[in-house]
Design a protein around this ligand. Sequence first.
Ligand SMILES: O=C([O-])C(=O)C[C@H](O)[C@@H](O)C(=O)[O-]
Length: 419
Amino acid sequence: MRIREVHVTPVAFRDPPLLNATGVHEPWALRTVVEVVTDEGLTGLGETYGDLSHLDRVRAAARELTGVSVHAHHALYARVAASVGADVVTDQHGLTGAGSNQKTVDAVFSPFEVACLDIRGKAAGLRVADLLGGPVRDAVPYSAYLFYKWAGHPDAKEDRFGAALDPDGIVAQARLFIEEYGFASIKLKGGVFAPDEEAEAVRALHDAFPGLPLRIDPNAAWTPATSIRIGNALGDVLEYLEDPAPGIGGMAEVAARVPMRLATNMCVVTHDHLPPAIAQRAIGVLLLDHHYWGGLLRSAQVAALCGTFGLELSMHSNSHLGISLAAMTHLAAATPNLNHACDTHTPWQDGQDVVAPGALRFTGGAVPVPEGPGLGVELDRDALAVMHEQYRTCTVRRRDDTAYMRSFDPDFQAKRAHW
Ligand SMILES: O=C([O-])C(=O)C[C@H](O)[C@@H](O)C(=O)[O-]
């Protein structure tokens, strides 16, 4: 079964004013939907980032894939690598990679690989989780992914989540998420306010939801010294501390002096980062992400490596749509050594999606593995057209830590602490 054509469609959906260490989420989140169509008329779906340089690379790769078998994983990878201008190399363990361009190639390859697995599942009447070795859990637990947040942009309609700018606001947001989705663990995106204020919010969550596993992720905005201080102050409360300080060296310094494991989706994001991170004992938990680890099969290889080296596993997310949620759920369901609830931005989509409703739902904070063959989700073409039109016409597409944030609150930058 060979690839006959590939459609690449950039889309935009409303993203609320969530705050993180680099600024505020755009009013629009950008994604790219990939449809791979075979000579037998089967279509597979993939989803990836929507920024322009990545989109250009995905489009260039798409043009090179006609005629490749959907079963030819390595040939597909080689074609994508060539389109990015990288040579495929095989290391002493037989693992293929793309040398110094590997991170770029892996990210471009991912949506095509997911789409081919979707097709292979549809052709065989099997779920993607079955193709990955079979699910070891029927439903995948996700965490309540909390953000400090403005109430809403003055130009946008008010959203139902309201503002969260202090511990009370964060606890109220958690309550909403838990009531609606049943989440049984909580992650707070930090790096926005002073570390001690954020630690106070974590304490408030601990008091409000005793027993629920908690994490905070300041996206490497803290120095190692601050990370060590906050890590020790929250030693009795955190399940893990995510990316407190920058770099493998910084993380290793912190890891040696705090009681909990450190997790990352920032300092270990490609194969080359694993040996130094393991040698320096910089991390205890890897946040897997098939969007940049090169799709589902390559992520499963990384998961196995983590098992070998005693690293625990969780899963990372950026703003995403249902195709990615389905892919993440199949991967997590078929990963025996996944130890922690996965991240997802799904609640922040607030119902906007390119997949038809019904196949993906949260129950008790978990998403049951979709039942249909392949990914088990269908494209909603009307929604795709609307979101593509939004992409074509939306104007503010870039994070701007000054102008856009000042449009919410002229004093915001002055209020930001320096750590
Ligand atoms: O560290 C993380 O979890 C992320 O990088 C996920 C997202 O990019 C998060 O920071 C966000 O959406 O602002």
